[in-house]
Design a protein around this ligand. Structure first.
Ligand code: NAD
Length: 481
């Protein structure tokens, strides 16, 4: 068991005066406590925001090269620890080791990428007729609240803290209560590398901490990744003068046209639907397939689903780790039971819940067909490996199904028809469009964000310019020498 060092506030690792804490257990073995973290309240948020609001200017005043150097140094620390972190990540969150290694590789890469952004905070000049100079000048927004989910507990915070710090902001970071250890590891690396106490605070806890951050009048920007339910509450609670960026849930569909290579389509679906045990925001939860190839495609995907090696992600040969916690498990069971009562047919597997000795939130990749596009399984985010097959006869019907949910995160198409592929990008109302690729998986330097209820659609993450626009204020200066 690891007792965490506590919150990081005003340069000290501290525990709340209340002494309250919560345990995080290993999802592959819920008897094993992985970490004990402080259960903080609005009091700790007040201390953290107050200190950062007062002191972050010192970080902003540093040369951009100096801020960049610190982020690169943090990246080196995390790269050196990558293997150790991957093992801890599996124990805390429940991925397979291979999936965790992708994340522990990507996280330092993110910090290196954002380090460069410190040097690219450029402005523009505008022509005038009177000899004066008109130009824009970028500066940090001030205190940024970063609230993050558990499914990428290093990667997602690194792509928020990295650019926010590169721009010279102070950040108060609230990691998910499901993965507090990963939150600590990221902050330890940044602090060891030289991020000063006035520029970074970490407050562990649950919804109460997030709510206090969102309501705090010294927070100037909120960056959130998580569920649409929580994101919508944050949007409603944030003051009108606070900048908000929300990346939220998805109900991502993959369309398979009749001309598709079914082997390729099967591999694309398996990666999208079953990677990270179905717990990726951009994962595939709906397959919309042309009726003429539906039965054969379904047979092949079911075969892959049945072949999954479910188990503890640290065990050799395991390809499919547990769900993250009991909440995820209950949600999975609820949707699986509800699907059959709404007329869907269970295709695979025979037993959806895997029950190995020692417990653990193990389920199997699960497939339904005859799913009605209006049913809960087709409309709501399950965030678990439950795949809904729906059939169509004409391309326009497929588009109607893809766009027929409140979400707009990612959509994919498998086809050899270039014309349809180009048209698809225009026809779908999603922020990510994939052609002959899984709905999940992203380039770290390309814009990322959803549409509709998947995002505030305000500022894209990841890409240099739009992301730095979120973390900076732009002043227009009129200057007569
Ligand atoms: P969640 O919304 O339950 O929690 C996210 C964070 O918000 C946590 O830190 C949580 O403690 C905090 N929180 C909870 N209630 C709050 C409140 N009232 N006010 C402020 N903060 C509050 O999400 P989760 O279960 O951690 O993550 C899964 C969800 O995240 C899925 O819906 C998934 O699609 C989404 N997600 C989206 C993206 C994306 O980029 N679009 C990426 C990863 C995950």
């Amino acid at each position: 068991m690891t007792r965490l060092r506590g919150n990081f506030i005003a340069g000290e690792w501290t525990w709340p005066g209340s002494g309250q804490s919560f345990d995080r257990t290993n999802p592959a073995n819920p008897d094993e406590v992985v970490s004990t973290a402080p259960l903080s309240s609005a009091l700790e948020v007040e201390e953290a925001v107050g200190y950062v609001a007062e002191h972050h200017h010192e970080w902003a005043a540093k040369a951009p090269e100096a801020r960049a150097d610190v982020l690169v140094a943090a990246a080196e620390i995390l790269a050196d620890q990558a293997e150790e972190l991957a093992v801890e990540l599996v124990r805390e969150e429940g991925k397979t080791l291979a999936e965790a290694r992708v994340e522990t590789t990507r996280t330092p890469q993110n910090l290196r990428f954002y380090a460069g952004e410190a040097l690219r905070m450029t402005g523009e000049t505008y022509p005038t007729g009177d000899g004066s100079l008109v130009f824009t000048k970028r500066g940090p927004v001030g205190v940024v609240a970063a609230i993050t989910p558990w499914n990428f507990p290093l990667n997602i915070p690194s792509r928020k803290l990295g650019p926010a710090l590169a721009a010279g902001n102070g950040v108060v970071f609230k990691p998910s209560e499901v993965t507090p250890l990963m939150g600590q590891r990221l902050v330890e690396a940044l602090v060891t590398a030289g991020v000063p106490a006035g520029a970074l605070a970490l407050v562990h806890g649950k919804a109460e901490v997030g709510q206090a951050l969102v309501a705090h009048d010294q927070v100037r920007a909120i960056t959130f990744t998580g569920s649409t339910h929580v994101g919508t509450m944050i949007h409603a609670a944030a003051a009108p003068d606070v900048r908000v960026q929300l990346e939220m849930g998805g109900k991502n569909a993959l369309v398979v046209l009749e001309d598709s290579d079914l082997d390729k389509a099967t591999a694309i679906i398996a990666k999208g639907a079953f990677g990270l045990s179905g717990q990726a925001c951009t994962g595939t939860s709906r397959v919309v397939v042309h009726r003429s190839v539906a039965a054969e495609l379904q047979r092949r995907v079911a075969e892959v689903a049945r072949a999954a090696r479910v188990g503890n992600g640290l065990e050799e040969g395991v390809t499919f780790g547990p769900l993250a916690n009991d909440v995820q498990m209950e949600k999975f069971c609820q949707y699986v039971e509800g699907a059959t009562s709404q007329g869907a047919r269970l295709v695979a597997p025979e037993d959806v819940v895997d029950d190995p000795p020692g417990g653990g939130y193990f389920v199997r990749p699960t497939i339904f067909d005859q799913v009605s596009p209006e049913s809960a399984l087709a409309q709501e985010e399950v965030f678990a490996p439950v795949l809904a097959f729906m059939e169509f006869d004409a391309y326009d019907e497929a588009i109607e199904i893809v766009n027929g949910t409140p979400f707009g995160l990612s959509a994919g198409l498998v086809t050899q028809d270039i014309g349809k592929a180009i048209r698809f990008a225009d026809d779908v109302s999603t922020g990510l469009v994939k052609v002959n690729q899984a709905t999940n998986g992203m380039a770290m330097n390309a814009p990322f964000g959803g549409m509709k209820m998947s995002s505030t659609q305000t500022f894209k993450e990841q890409a240099g310019a739009s992301m730095m626009a979120f973390y900076t204020n732009d002043k227009t200066v009129y200057f007569t020498p």
